[in-house]
Design a protein around this ligand. Structure first.
Ligand SMILES: [Zn+2]
Length: 230
């Protein structure tokens, strides 16, 4: 029995596995990312290369979580607990290699103002020109990614960038918590902290900014109109 098969049978002792289960390591992922792909005959767990060095106990938890996603089921195992403990802390030891001058300035402003300058700088990166995914924090690779639409030099854009940065750094600080097999990222506590941002109108300003940007984009790139309205 390979690791994936063992993870399956421990998670679902009553289920029959009808597919071939495989694990593949890939250098194409960000640190500690993973996914599961399947066909009617096989299921492949693709893990970022860093997982090679991680213990089987923790890897089992990762594979079980991926299995639960595929089967739309909720369950807890000891291995899943181990995995979550691991992923919450591993980012704090991940090498910081990526940065950008605008993002770094934003990080420093937010760190001074809201975290007493106590937060370590994570990896910082611009994402694509996205209106739906404004920012994200990846625990495993300790990386903040922020949509390219906040790259401008204007004062307002800078404040919005700081707001997104603040949101993502709150994820880095507070991580997530789990209950009955579900992970909670935007808890009440998180939302309360988010409201401590020093401009109480920032959410409305963000909405107006996004609406304006979208219209600009539509006029600028007529051919892509369909795609841009969502
Ligand atoms: Zn969030």
């Amino acid at each position: 029995m390979n690791l994936a098969e063992r993870a399956f049978s421990e998670l679902f002792p009553d289920k029959q596995m009808t597919r071939e289960l495989k694990i593949k390591y890939s250098r194409a992922f960000n640190a500690y990312n993973a996914n599961a792909k399947y066909t009617p005959y096989s299921m492949t767990f693709k893990l970022s290369y860093e997982w090679k060095k991680v213990s089987d106990e923790i890897k089992t938890g990762l594979i079980q979580l991926l299995l639960l996603k595929v089967y739309h089921e909720k369950k807890r195992t000891l291995n899943i607990d181990l995995y979550e403990k691991f992923i919450k802390s591993v980012g704090d030891y991940t090498h910081v290699t990526e940065t950008d001058i605008i993002l770094e300035q934003s990080f420093k402003r937010v760190n001074e103002k809201y975290f007493y300058g106590m937060m370590d700088q994570p990896n910082l990166r611009w994402g694509s020109n996205s209106f739906s995914k404004l920012g994200c924090y990846e625990y495993g690779s300790n990386k903040v990614t922020i949509s390219n639409i906040f790259k401008g030099e204007e004062k307002q854009t800078r404040e919005l960038l700081d707001y997104i940065m603040y949101h993502e750094l709150l994820h880095k600080k507070h991580k997530f918590h789990t209950k009955n097999g579900r992970s909670y990222h935007h808890t009440k506590h998180f939302r309360d902290k988010e409201k401590e941002f020093d401009n109480p109108h920032i959410e409305e300003e963000l909405k107006r900014f996004l609406a304006k940007k979208r219209i600009k984009n539509v006029f600028g790139q007529k051919r892509k109109r369909k795609f841009l309205w969502f």
